[in-house]
Design a binder for this molecule. Structure first.
Ligand code: AMP
Ligand code: MG
Length: 319
C-alpha cells in the first residue's frame, strides 16, 4: 500500500473520510498525539489497526466522537462531565452499547470515548459521520507520534492516508477516566488532572484495576524508545559524566540549560505543559542517533507532573 501524506484541505479531508467509510486506515492529528483511525463500527477496518500497529488484540481502542450525541449512541455517557471537558484530552470509559464491535473493546463490556479538540480531527469526524476508533499512530509499545513525519517513520505502507496537521499541541496522550468503577478511577494520567475532575465528580480516586489490566502499560514497558533510558534521581550529570568517560554515546535531557561536554543535550522546559509538548519530539530525536543510553533528569514529584512522570517511568522500564 502506498501511504499518502496530505495537507488537511477540505477536499483532502473529504477524501480521507471516504477512505474511512470504505474500511481504510487514516492517521490524523489530535490535540494529544496522532491517531491511527478506522471506522469504529466496521469490525474488519478495526482489525487493520491492530495489524498495522502490531498491537495485542487484548488492548482496547479509544473511540473518537464528534460530541455527546454520537457518544451516547455508543455508551452510557453522563452529560455533565462531557459538557465540562469535551472537546478535550479526557477519555471516558463507560458501559458500552451493542453497536460497538468486540474488536474495539477487546471483548469487554466497556468502551473508551473521547471528543478531540483539534480542527482536523473534528472536520474528519464530521465529514465521515461515523465514530473513529484510533489508538496512537505508532508501532505498539513505542513512542507516540506528534508529527506526520513520526507517523510515516512508523507506519509507512500500512496506512492509506496521513493528514498532516503539524505538531500536536499537547504532545501527550489523553487522561483515561474509568466511570464504571466506584469511585471513578484514572487509568492513565494526562493533561486533565485528577484535581480538575474531582471538582466535577465530587469524588475521584486513582484506582488500580486487578486482573486483566483495564489499561496497558501500568508498570510495564510502554511509550518507550529503543535506546536505554535512565531516569536520574537527583543530579543526573554525574551519571552522564561517568557514561561519557567509559566511552558510551550518551543523550542528556536536563530541565533547563545544562549542556554537558560529550553528550547530546536536549534542554527541556521547566513548565510541565511545555515539557509534555516537547517530550516525544525529544525522545524520538535522540532515539535516531544510535546512542548507548539517554539520561533524563527526573521532574519534581508534583501533581502537575503526574502524566510526564508516568510516561518517563514507563519509557525507562525494562520489562
Ligand atoms: P492508545 O493506544 O495510545 O490510544 O491508548 C489507549 C488507551 O485507552 C489504552 O491505555 C487503553 O487501554 C485505554 N482504553 C481504551 N478503551 C478502554 C476500555 N474500554 N477500558 C479501559 N481502558 C481503555
Ligand atoms: Mg499508544
Amino acid at each position: 500500500m502506498k501511504t499518502e501524506v496530505l495537507e488537511p484541505t477540505p477536499e483532502n479531508i473529504r477524501h480521507a473520510a471516504e477512505v474511512l467509510r470504505a474500511g481504510g486506515l487514516v492517521a490524523f492529528p489530535t490535540e494529544t498525539v496522532y491517531g491511527l483511525g478506522a471506522n469504529a463500527l466496521d469490525d474488519n477496518a478495526v482489525r487493520k489497526i491492530f495489524q498495522a500497529k502490531g498491537r495485542p488484540e487484548t488492548n482496547p481502542l479509544i473511540v473518537h466522537v464528534s460530541g455527546y450525541e454520537m457518544a451516547s449512541r455508543l455508551g452510557d455517557v453522563p452529560k455533565g462531565i462531557t459538557d465540562k471537558f469535551w472537546p478535550g484530552p479526557l477519555t471516558l470509559v463507560v458501559k458500552r452499547s451493542r453497536s460497538v464491535p468486540d474488536s474495539v473493546t477487546a471483548g469487554g463490556d466497556t468502551v473508551g470515548l473521547r471528543c478531540p479538540a483539534h480542527p482536523v480531527a473534528m472536520a474528519l469526524l464530521e465529514s465521515a459521520g461515523v465514530p473513529i476508533a484510533a489508538p496512537s499512530a505508532n508501532r505498539s509499545t513505542g513512542v507516540s507520534p506528534v508529527t506526520a513525519q513520526h507517523v510515516l517513520e512508523d507506519l509507512d505502507g500500512k496506512v492509506e492516508i496521513i493528514l498532516d496537521g503539524g505538531q500536536c499541541p499537547k504532545g501527550i496522550e489523553s487522561t483515561v477516566l474509568d466511570l464504571t468503577s466506584s469511585p471513578p478511577s484514572i487509568l492513565r494520567p494526562g493533561s486533565v488532572l485528577a484535581s480538575d475532575i474531582e471538582g466535577v465528580l465530587g469524588e475521584t480516586g486513582i484506582g488500580q484495576v486487578a486482573g486483566v489490566p483495564k489499561s496497558p502499560g501500568q508498570g510495564h514497558k510502554h511509550y518507550a524508545p529503543r535506546t536505554r533510558i535512565h531516569l536520574s534521581e537527583g543530579d543526573g550529570r554525574k551519571l552522564v559524566e561517568s557514561l561519557v568517560e567509559t566511552g558510551h554515546k550518551v543523550g542528556w535531557m536536563p530541565i533547563g540549560l545544562h549542556e554537558m561536554e560529550g553528550a547530546e543535550t536536549i534542554s527541556m522546559p521547566a513548565d510541565p505543559t511545555e515539557y509534555a509538548a516537547k517530550l516525544y519530539v525529544a525522545l524520538r530525536k535522540l532515539d535516531k542517533l544510535g546512542l548507548d543510553a539517554v539520561v533524563i533528569e527526573k521532574p519534581p514529584l508534583e501533581p502537575a507532573w503526574t502524566a510526564v512522570l508516568d510516561r518517563l517511568n514507563r519509557a525507562s522500564s525494562f520489562d
